[in-house]
Design a protein around this ligand. Structure first.
Ligand code: CP
Ligand code: NVA
Length: 308
């Protein structure tokens, strides 16, 4: 069995103290990068990125981030590797983790990444599974903090599907002590066990999305059909029709409420164009912050708590 290493497989793998360190570090790393100050703590280190689903942001941010930290990233598409021809995940983990220093995986069931991590000698990062998308929520919360300060005690309204993003917001609320108001169509409700929640103290379900948005500090949503669920698309289009984040929902939220979407977005489906392209939207900052927060995460997993 491989020795114990620190992985980031779901949001609650990091404590509040570790997360606060990451947010502070992201700020330093971002500022240093913007001022053209080289920072290469991962010189000679390699990240393997294993993708079983499509990506623009995750691939770019990890690849550019490793380069900026002085290391290198290797892109592996499952279809082109022996994993795609049936090599056991456990065997792949044993081999890959003897050749690189950190691994990022985007796959289907969470169980796959957990099996990989159990046989990996190096840290494994979840780059999205059916259940969770923890790197995205790190970036989202960092973006919120940059704009509005601490998220503790604030209210996030989640409108739409109880998917990987929703589950991760719910975990983050427990670790960082904020509230999530969730509104999903009937039949698509949160499954607390699948979301990996300790309790139900930090979230409340609302039948009407307007009620979920009322007074919220942040309104957020995501696609109605996530990758891997394409066969349900037609059915979902009908079920989610009243769950589009629109200007009326933003109007009942707090006056300074932000709008976030992890992207890619479908204007006219889960979000009205006037909202995602409007003044409360911070979606481009959210995307950029994937780069900065993941650099802090890579630094932390490989080098520990750097303070310089
Ligand atoms: N938000 C996000 O993870 O985007 P990609 O699918 O493009 O990586
Ligand atoms: N919930 C979406 C997020 C994409 C970044 C999906 O899993 O497809």
């Amino acid at each position: 069995m491989a020795p114990a290493v620190k992985h980031f497989l779901q949001f609650k793998d990091l404590s509040r103290d570790e997360l606060e360190h990451l947010f502070a570090r992201s700020h330093v790393i971002k500022d240093r990068f913007k001022r053209y100050q080289p920072y290469h703590p991962l010189n000679d280190r390699t990240l393997a990125m294993i993708f079983e689903k499509s990506s623009t942001r995750t691939r770019l941010s990890f690849e550019a981030g490793m380069h900026q930290l002085g290391g290198a990233a290797i892109y592996l598409n499952t279809r082109d590797t022996q994993l795609g021809r049936g090599e056991p995940v456990e065997d792949a983990a044993e081999v890959i983790s003897r050749m690189v220093d950190v691994v990022m995986i985007r796959t289907f069931e969470q169980e796959i990444i957990e099996r990989f991590a159990a046989h990996s000698r190096v840290p494994v990062i979840n780059g999205l599974t059916n259940e969770y998308h923890p790197c995205q929520i790190l970036a989202d919360i960092f973006t919120f903090i940059e704009r509005r300060g601490p998220i503790q005690g604030k209210t996030v309204a989640w409108i739409g599907d109880s998917n990987n993003m929703c589950n991760t917001w719910l975990q983050a609320a427990e670790v960082l002590d904020f509230n999530v108001h969730v509104s999903t169509p009937p039949g698509y409700e949160v499954e607390p066990e699948r979301a990996g929640l300790f309790g139900t103290d930090h979230y409340e379900a609302f039948a009407d999305p307007m009620d979920a948005c009322r007074g919220a500090d942040l309104v957020t949503t995501d696609v109605w059909t996530s990758m891997g669920f394409e066969a349900e698309n037609a059915e979902r289009m009908k079920a989610f029709a009243d769950w589009q984040v629109d200007s009326d929902m933003m109007r009942v939220a707090a006056g300074d409420a932000l709008f976030m979407h992890c992207l890619p977005a479908h204007r006219g489906e889960e979000v009205e164009a006037a909202v995602i392209d409007g003044p409360q939207s911070v979606v481009w900052e959210e995307a950029e912050n994937r780069l900065h927060i993941q650099k802090a995460l890579l630094e932390y997993l490989l080098r520990g708590r750097v303070e310089d």
